[in-house]
Design a protein around this ligand. Structure first.
Ligand code: PLP
Length: 387
C-alpha cells in the first residue's frame, strides 16, 4: 500500500501498487486473477464535471463502488458527501472524513440502524417513502430536532436501465401527507426521487422536479432541500447517452419551473465512477469460439445480464503478433454454473488463446460492489493506473 488515499477497510481488497498503464501492469504482474485498474484521473475529471455543472451538492452513492480509493478520491475532488444504504456503508464513508455529509438514504431501514446512524455516526439525513417507516423513525429518534427527512416519491418510467420506482416511492398524495408529518414532528423536510439508473431522458428530471413542486405546495411545507437522486448515465459499448450537461440543464430548468429555490442534492453513482476502472481478465481456456475467463456473471460482469450492458474490450498479448481480423466469442465465467455465461459475445482477434489478457473498459460501476464469492473465486486485486 503506497498510495496515501488508500485506507484499508472491509471493501479494500489487495492493493498492489501504481502503474503507468494497464499494459505496464500486465507486463509486471502477468496476473492470473482479475485485476481492477483504478484510474484517479478519470475519477477526478468526473467529480469536476459534477462540481462545475450540478446546481447543488453531490452525495456519492457508495453502493456503486465502495472501494476506499474511490471514496477518498471523490471527496478530495470536491464531492460533498455520501449516500449510504447501510451502517457498513456509513462506516466506509466516515473513514474518508469525519465531517463529510453522510445520509442514510435507503427507504427501508432496520430500526437499530436508524438509531446507531444518528447516535454513533453523526447521520442527520434520512429518507422515508411510507407512513410505517416514518413511525419507525419517530420511535427510534424520539424528540431529536436536528434531522432532515426526505420524502421519496415514485416517478414515471423514463427510459432508464433499471426503474427504481417499481420498488420505492410514495404516491404524490402520500408524499404530501408524509411531508406534513415530518414537519409536524419538528424535523426539516425535503423531497427525494430517483428517475432510474442509466436514465437516457434528461427531461425526466424536469418532470420529476415539477411534480416535487406540486407535492410541496399540496403539503403546505417549506422544503429544506430536494434530492434529485442518481440515474445519470455512463457511456458503454453502443450506448452513448446524451451529454451530462443536458441533465444539469434539465434540472435547473425543472427547479425553476417548479419554483423551488431550496438547496439541491444529487446522489450519482454510475456517472461518477464507471470510467474510473478497467478490469483485466485472463483467458483460461479456448474451445472453438468459446472462451473461459476468470470473471463472469457472479462477479464483476453481472450488469451484462441484469442491464444488458456491453463493455469495450481489448486483447493484450505480451509477445505481440495478434491477428487483425476479429470474430465474436461466447464468454464463460469461472464458476461451475451453466448460467455463468455472458449474454452477448466479445468481439476479439480471431487467434485469441489461453493466457491472453482482456482489458474490459468502463467497469467502475456495480462491478466489485456486486461481486459474490460463489465457487470460492472472486476478483480482489486492485492497482491504480494513469490514463
Ligand atoms: C437511493 C439511490 N441513490 C442513488 C443511486 C445511484 O444510482 P446511479 O448509479 O444510477 O446514479 C441508487 C442506485 O440504486 C439508489 O438506489
Amino acid at each position: 500500500m503506497n498510495d496515501p488515499r488508500f485506507a484499508p477497510g472491509q471493501t479494500s481488497g489487495n492493493f498492489i501498487r501504481h502503474f503507468g498503464s494497464v499494459l505496464a501492469m500486465v507486463m509486471a504482474l502477468r496476473p492470473v486473477r482479475p485485476v481492477y485498474c483504478l484510474k484517479p484521473g478519470e475519477l477526478t475529471a468526473a467529480a469536476a464535471r459534477f462540481g462545475a455543472w450540478f446546481p447543488g451538492d453531490v452525495l456519492y452513492a457508495v453502493k456503486c463502488n465502495p472501494h476506499p480509493f474511490i471514496l477518498r478520491g471523490l471527496y478530495e475532488a470536491g464531492v460533498a458527501g455520501f449516500d449510504a444504504a447501510s451502517l457498513s456503508e456509513i462506516a466506509d464513508a466516515r473513514m474518508v472524513h469525519p465531517d463529510a455529509v453522510v445520509g442514510l438514504l435507503n427507504p427501508v431501514k432496520p430500526r437499530g440502524d436508524i438509531r446507531d446512524a444518528y447516535r454513533f455516526h453523526g447521520v442527520r439525513l434520512f429518507v422515508v417513502d411510507h407512513a410505517s417507516e416514518f413511525e419507525k423513525m419517530v420511535d427510534e429518534l424520539g424528540n431529536v430536532v436536528d434531522v432532515t427527512v426526505l420524502v421519496r416519491f415514485a416517478t414515471a418510467p423514463a427510459n432508464a436501465l433499471y426503474e427504481l420506482s417499481d420498488k420505492f416511492g410514495a404516491t404524490p398524495e402520500e408524499a404530501a401527507r408524509l411531508l406534513a408529518a415530518v414537519a409536524g414532528q419538528g424535523w426539516a423536510a425535503g423531497i427525494a426521487f430517483h428517475v432510474g439508473s442509466q436514465c437516457k431522458t434528461p427531461t425526466a428530471y424536469t418532470t420529476a422536479l415539477i411534480e416535487a413542486g406540486a407535492i410541496a405546495r399540496k403539503s403546505g411545507v417549506a422544503l429544506a432541500c430536494v434530492d434529485v437522486g442518481g440515474g445519470f448515465p455512463a457511456d458503454y459499448l453502443e450506448e452513448i447517452p446524451p451529454p451530462l450537461q443536458t441533465y444539469f440543464d434539465a434540472i435547473s430548468d425543472g427547479a425553476q419551473q417548479a419554483g423551488l429555490s431550496c438547496r439541491l442534492f444529487c446522489e450519482p453513482g454510475r456517472a461518477l465512477v464507471a470510467s474510473a476502472c478497467a478490469l483485466v481478465v485472463q483467458v483460461q481456456l479456448r474451445k472453438g469460439d468459446d472462451l473461459y475467463i476468470n470473471d463472469g456473471v457472479y462477479h464483476s460482469l453481472s450488469e451484462m445480464v441484469t442491464g444488458g450492458l456491453r463493455y469495450p474490450v481489448r486483447l493484450i498479448r505480451l509477445e505481440g503478433g495478434v491477428a487483425a481480423e476479429t470474430c465474436a466469442f461466447r464468454m464463460f465465467g469461472p464458476t461451475c454454473d451453466s448460467t455463468d455465461v455472458l449474454p452477448t459475445p466479445f468481439e476479439l482477434p480471431h487467434d485469441v488463446r489461453e493466457g491472453d489478457w482482456i482489458e474490459i473498459g468502463q467497469m467502475g460501476a456495480y462491478s466489485n460492489a456486486v461481486s459474490t464469492q460463489f465457487n470460492g473465486v472472486w476478483p480482489n486485486d486492485y492497482v491504480t493506473v494513469d490514463g
